[in-house]
Ligand binder design. Structure first.
Ligand code: SDX
Length: 428
């Protein structure tokens, strides 16, 4: 892949020739691996211009607002494929035949139950525990139940772990919600769709038959798809780094959940709803727009901006359309949507946001849809984590299949004290 060379002139050294590698799409990369031998490290806090790996799973063009999963545009997948089809595509690289899809769906829907002992993990949490705190703990603990398939170098073991995680995340997520409201856990119903079963476990009660609303089911499935994967974002990079040490997949996914929880990342949907509730009415928007511009004010418009998208987030466009469909079809007049629409209109016409290229991202609309569906704000990021589990698994799997794979171990620019003598306490 290297037919171009970058020549680096370092002080007092012979010019260093660094290979330039080209991929299928997107910027070329400069292979800097030999720089270490020249006594240099690269320096790129936040990895703004650093490629951590080769990948064929997802491609993003932030300037053009392009998002492809295995080459398929997100808008086509979100409107023409089910989430489980997208899971198959992310995991195996190609769209499944009808027979392949039927087998994949059967496998996913027959691993939905969790070990009965896991119920006791929940008892250790306070009822008001944040569901993300529960998910970090319980997902990581799953490795204690599956000693039979934890050899990460065994492809079959990796595949069964993928099914167990994909199948059980909705069950555990719904359990974390039910525990918080003091209702009994609902057993999965394998005859329902993936999204339908999740809604059943979330909102069903043992005392009556739960009817899945097809509009809500479709919106939920689309939210899962729009959050399924997103290249080397913070939580996916966390999963890759944890996996590079050989940690088991359940521990790696738990690390991904922890990283996603941050308000700058997956926690933004919850933070965005709280922000809309704090704004409260259209006439208070200008006050918050000014706060967002104020360098001395830590406030940021949650749901706006993106490290990669310096144009529109293609997921936000599909999410916006879904948002209007759901509210229209469910006849919900959510005053927060009026605030969100006016905030979007003002932000998109404001010179600061235009100059900084701050557009609504995927989290801006997802929160409004989930609120309309009746999902509590504290569950928003849990649903993001559930949806992203397939992306984390696909990247974890790709990393372990890469022959060049090594343990991730970045270096640093050391700015601390030079070597000095230590004076023992009794002499200080
Ligand atoms: C997700 O990586 C991914 O792909 C993530 C994700 C995925 O699917 O995995 O897409 C999911 O995390 C979406 C992003 C959700 N986060 C939010 O909505 C939180 C609000 N957004 C910001 O925190 C911020 O935009 C980030 C974290 C998303 C991106 O930050 P960057 O790329 O590090 O940019 P930055 O913080 O350096 O900001 C650039 C400038 C700054 O101003 P200057 O210092 O240049 O003067 O833009 C300003 C920032 O102050 N800015 C904002 C802003 N976001 C950036 N100002 C007001 N409101 C905002 N939301």
């Amino acid at each position: 892949m290297a037919d171009k060379i970058a020549t680096l002139h370092l002080p007092g050294k012979e010019p260093v020739e660094l290979p330039i590698l080209s991929g299928t799409l997107g910027p070329d990369v400069i292979d800097v691996r030999k720089l270490g031998a020249q006594g240099y490290f690269t320096f790129d806090p936040g990895f703004m211009a650093t490629g951590s790996c080769k990948s064929s799973i997802t491609y993003i063009d932030g300037d053009q607002g392009v998002l492809l999963h295995r080459g398929y545009p997100i808008a086509q997948l979100a409107t023409q494929a089910s989430y489980l089809e997208v899971c198959y595509i992310l995991l195996y690289g190609e769209a499944p035949t009808k027979a392949q899809y039927a087998e994949f769906e059967r496998m996913v829907m027959r691993h939905t139950m969790v070990h009965e002992q896991i119920v006791y993990f929940f008892r250790g949490f306070r009822r008001d525990a944040h569901p993300m705190a529960i998910m970090c703990g319980v997902v990581g603990a799953l490795s204690a139940f599956y000693h039979d398939a934890l050899d990460i170098n065994n492809e079959q073991h990796r595949e069964i772990c993928a099914f167990r995680l994909l199948s059980k995340m909705p069950t555990l997520a719904a359990m974390s919600y039910k525990y918080s409201v003091g209702q009994p856990f609902m057993h999965p119903r394998n005859g329902l769709s993936y999204a339908g079963n999740f809604l059943h476990m979330m909102f069903g009660v043992p005392t009556e038959e739960y009817k899945v609303n097809p509009i809500v089911e479709r919106a939920m499935d689309r939210i899962f798809t729009l959050h399924a994967d997103h290249e080397q974002n913070a939580s996916t990079s966390t999963v890759r780094l944890a996996g590079s040490s050989g940690a088991n997949p359940f521990a790696c996914i738990s690390a991904g959940i922890a990283s996603l929880w941050g308000p700058a990342h997956g926690g933004a949907n919850e933070a965005c709803l709280k922000m809309l509730e704090e704004i409260g009415s259209v006439d208070r928007i200008p006050e918050f727009i000014e706060k967002a511009k104020d360098k001395n004010d830590p406030f940021r418009l949650m749901g706006f901006g993106h490290r990669v998208y310096k144009n529109h987030d293609p997921r936000a466009q599909v999410m916006r359309q879904t948002c209007h469909e759901v509210l229209e079809e469910l006849q919900i007049k959510d005053p927060l949507l009026a605030v969100a629409m006016e905030l979007e209109r003002i932000a998109l016409s404001d010179a600061y946001f235009i100059e900084k290229k701050l557009y609504p991202n995927v989290d801006f609309y997802s929160g409004i849809i989930m609120k309309a569906i009746g999902i509590p704000v504290s569950m928003f990021t849990v649903i993001f984590a559930m949806s992203r589990t397939i992306g984390w698994i696909a990247h974890w799997n790709e990393m372990l299949s890469d022959p060049d794979q090594k343990i991730g171990r970045p270096r640093q620019l050391y700015v601390g004290a030079s070597e000095r003598e230590f004076t023992p306490l009794e002499q200080r």
